[in-house]
Structure formats: C-alpha cells, structure tokens
Design a protein. Structure first.
Lengths: 114, 114
DNA sequence: CTCGGATCTGGAGCGCGCTCCAGGTCAAGC
DNA sequence: GCTTGACCTGGAGCGCGCTCCAGATCCGAG
C-alpha cells in the first residue's frame, strides 16, 4: 500500500507543498508515481521524511540536509561518512551550547524578578 | 569613554549594518549621538548587544527579541515578566530537545558506520 | 584648508525556506 | 458522460534577517 500526498503530509506533519519542495531539492525521493503521474509515498518515504524534518526542526538548512542525504545514500567510504556525521554532530552541540547560554541568561533574569 | 560604531562592532562581533538594523528594530538603543550625529556606544550598550546576540545565536527571532526587550525595559508587573521569561525558557528547552533528537539520529548513524 | 576615511540616511537587494497561484490532468461517484 | 476534488507543473510571491549601495556629512591628520 502507498500513501497519497495528502496522507503523507498528514502522517509526517509536513505540508504537501513542502514535500514537493523537498523532493525538488533532492532531500527526499524521487517518489514513485502512479500511471497518471500522481505521487505514491511508501512507508520508507514517510520514515525518511521524518528524519529530514527532525533535522529541519533542529535547525539544519536545506543545503546541510542535501549533504547529509548525499552521504547516507551515495557510496562514500564509511570513514568519510563518519567524519561528516561527527562534524555535523559537533555543529549541533554548538547550537545546544548557544541555547544553554541563552537559557542561563533567562534563569538569571527569572531569579532576579522572582 | 564611548565607542565608535566600528569599535562596537568589533567588540560585539555584530556588524555595523546589523547594529543599525537592531537599533531601527528597537532591539538596542537608542544609541547616544555625538554633536555631528555619529553614534557613541557605551559599555552598557555593548553589554546589551551581547545579550541580544546571545539570544539571536540561540535562534530567537527579531520579533521575539522585541518582546523580550519590552519586558525587561517597560514597567510590567514582575509577575508578568517572570511568566514571559518562563515561557521563553520553555520554548528554548523545546529547541534543545529537538537538537537532542537530531543528535541521537546522528549517533545511531555514526554507530552504524563505525 | 584640504584630503580621506569613517559615518550618516533611506531604500534596494538578497538568500533561505517555504507558500501560493494559474492553468491543466486524473479518477472516483453519480 | 459529467462533475468534483485531489493532484500535477512551473513560476511568482513572501517574511525574515540581514547586507549593500548612493549620496551626503563629519572630522582628524597633514
């Protein structure tokens, strides 16, 4: 069984327009088409879209994600993949650190006004 | 002593154009002017710009920051301030959670390819 | 006094990440 | 067959957060 665009959007929480956009940008798919040209999303597609939107929510840009997709799909030596992934991980941890600094400031202010 | 725009930009790591933009948007200042109309940043200004860029780095939008500035400056009851600050804090922690989910995915992939 | 570099203003331009639209196609229900 | 609604494509439009530009002004060094 496969899912219509509307169903896939519903399942993933990503709008139909955005799904098409992601496909154009090479972040997902290419999605299989029916005889009439309509997209038919598989469960695997849904899972992959979930990964992509997880990273989007974490603040990665489209270009970053394209690199990520390329690494996970293409035949790069595992060593290179791991290096790439670690690099991304470091970038995300820096974001976490930035958030903690901001939270620290908020905590100070909260303490001050409490 | 006060700082020229260039010096303030240097101290804060925020570009001159962005400093003017933040001022227009009401995130900082208004900055004191010299007789000739040039901006003169104080140490307090520099400190405040640091706060603003801390929140920007944490991913808050300009509108969010405007709200933040309004709360810290205007005469709102402390109770309201604290409520606002806690709300912002929650939002930031949700971002942290999103980042941790993404980092978790990366860790899985790293483990898989290692 | 002159020169040149820093700064001023208002407004245009840009990259990102969608979001929306027009005009056309496909397919299930009557 | 006809209607209706979901879907198709290519491209325009939009909000955000800067970033850049033109043309004018200021001011310290020589």
């Amino acid at each position: 069984m496969s899912l219509t665009p509307a169903a896939a959007a519903d399942r993933t929480g990503v709008s139909i327009d955005t799904l098409r956009y992601y496909e154009r940008e090479g972040l997902i798919g290419p999605i299989r088409r029916s005889g009439g040209g309509r997209r038919e999303y598989t469960e695997d597609d849904v899972f992959w879209i979930g990964l992509v939107s997880c990273f989007r929510e974490a603040g990665l840009g489209i270009a970053d994600l394209r690199g990520f997709v390329a690494i996970l799909r293409a035949e790069h030596p595992p060593q290179e993949r791991v290096a790439f992934l670690r690099e991304r991980r470091t970038a995300l941890e820096q974001r976490v650190a930035a958030l903690h600094r901001a939270i620290g400031v908020l905590d100070d202010k909260i303490a001050y006004y409490s």
